[in-house]
Design a protein around this ligand. Structure first.
Ligand SMILES: NC(=O)c1ccc[n+]([C@@H]2O[C@H](COP(=O)([O-])OP(=O)(O)OC[C@H]3O[C@@H](n4cnc5c(N)ncnc54)[C@H](OP(=O)(O)O)[C@@H]3O)[C@@H](O)[C@H]2O)c1
Length: 429
């Protein structure tokens, strides 16, 4: 067998620990598949003394994580520290500048600096690989970069955040409100102590910007992802959606057409006939629509030590085989610079929920605002008084431009009849 691929591993937390365990358990099989062994030669994290539940005594410990980029025995650095900037970015830059390949699971860093890193990898003729950065263990990066590479892709979308899907599924199954379920998810370790990146859609937006770039051959454009999360959802929204034949899912959706690049993370009503409506718990799923292959559905565990390590080591196997390829499926200079789409022009159906004062004339006021903005109402439901005495009004619109719904809501802004911000969700077509 030829000489091993030698790995320097930065970050020994959930994913880093998983990588050590996986290579320990499946090393022989991996060596047969890769054509040579994959060996960890050096490791680094913050706290050398921490018990990691895995034997690290056989690896060389390096105090200065950044020094891994220059480690003379390492062919490739695996960055599993996390964070868009700081030590992760410094290590990534130094690794590529030093002519070593880089594997990372860091979607935040890629969303902000992916293009720069891809350029650096190209210049150094080394690999930049990030299968674990989107949808954990699901091989969706490979799926788009390789399996679907012959297709023009019109749309890529999916459930990109397991924490949100776990919360939504619990709310759905148990009829409970968001805050209560979030607290339980935190206690179970499914949600971070500071959950805002997950529940406000930022994490999904990071991943969507990576998927969009791969799917459409455009430069990553994270700043253009319109992002909203699930913190304003009520149990009543889920019940209304169910009565109408939908489930609510936080979806990241990207489309590229003559109108420009559209990227949005937003809670959607998904028809129960659609496979994404049946993705439950912390599972992730991604749909890509290719012009020859048709609809592809990738589904599986979007996080966790085992699945994420599986994706990291798959990248290492590629590198061991000498399969580098451009990070975004084509050279950086071939990526188009996207123009953000005007969302006002998008047509679709919408669900709009109002929490209103229980008084005469409120429904007429809402209906008039909708009529004046040219929104055609398909159905309107009013539910009896909530605990605080307010009433819930939920409207489903006929298909129409998003601009009209926005105008209607603008007209109602500040109305004394509304007890809170309306909740506007798009209906997946
Ligand atoms: N967890 C998942 O399921 C998952 C899924 C997909 C992608 N990812 C991505 O994978 C990456 C790692 O995630 P994780 O969940 O494994 O994180 P984690 O459990 O918090 O582990 C982070 C590791 O980085 C080390 N570290 C933190 N700051 C450091 C610094 N300044 N210098 C050196 N080392 C430092 C920590 O050291 P100590 O242990 O000594 O404190 C720890 O070992 C992130 O980019 C994350 O977004 C994670």
């Amino acid at each position: 067998m030829t000489k091993p691929l030698r790995v320097a591993l930065a970050g020994l937390g959930t994913v880093g620990g998983g990588v050590i365990r996986l290579i320990g358990a499946n090393g022989a099989l991996i060596a047969r598949r890769a054509g040579r062994p994959i060996e960890i030669v050096a490791i680094s994290a913050r706290d050398r003394a921490k018990d990691r539940g895995v034997d690290i005594s056989r690896f060389e410990w390096v105090d200065d994580t950044n020094a891994l980029a220059h480690h003379e025995d390492a062919d490739v650095v695996v960055e599993l520290v996390g964070g868009s900037d700081g030590p992760a970015l410094a290590l990534a830059r130094a690794t590529l500048a030093n002519g070593k390949s880089l594997v990372t699971a860091n979607k935040a860093m890629l969303a902000h600096h992916g293009l720069e890193l891809a350029r650096a990898a190209e210049a150094a003729k080394v690999a930049l690989k990030f299968e674990a950065a989107v949808a954990g263990g699901i091989p969706v990066i490979k799926g788009l970069r390789e399996g679907a590479a012959a297709n023009e892709i019109a749309r890529v979308y999916g459930i990109l955040n397991g924490t949100c899907n776990f919360i939504l599924t619990k709310m759905e199954e148990e009829g409970r409100d968001f805050a209560e379920v979030l607290a339980e998810a935190q206690a179970l370790g499914f949600a971070e102590a500071d959950p805002s990146f997950d529940i406000d859609g930022v994490d999904a937006a990071h991943k969507l910007s990576i998927l969009a770039s791969l799917a459409f051959g455009t430069r990553p454009a994270f700043a253009d992802v319109a992002t909203d999360g699930i913190r304003h959802l009520l149990a009543a929204d889920i019940a209304e959606a169910a009565a109408l034949g939908y489930r609510i899912r936080l979806l990241g959706i990207a489309e590229d057409n003559a109108g420009g690049l559209f990227q949005r993370v937003h809670p959607h009503l998904v028809p129960t006939s659609h496979p994404l409506a049946h993705v439950t718990g912390a599972t992730n799923a991604v749909v890509a629509e290719g012009n020859f292959v048709g609809r592809l559905l990738f589904q599986g565990a979007g996080a966790g030590d085992g699945p994420t390590a599986s994706a990291v080591v798959a990248d290492l196997i590629d590198i061991a085989r000498g399969e580098f390829g451009p990070a975004y499926a084509m050279p950086v200079d071939a990526l188009a610079t996207p123009t953000p789409a005007d969302t006002g022009e998008r047509r679709g159906r919408a669900y709009v929920r109002f929490t209103v004062a229980d008084k005469v004339g409120v429904l007429a006021e809402i209906a008039a605002a909708m009529r004046d903005a040219g929104v055609s109402i398909e159905s309107l439901m009013q539910r009896g008084a909530m605990a605080d005495g307010t009433v819930l009004v939920a409207i489903v619109t006929h298909e129409g431009p998003e601009r009209s719904v926005a105008q209607a809501l603008e007209k109602l802004r500040g109305s004394q009849s509304l007890a809170g911000q309306p909740m506007w969700m798009h209906i997946l077509a």
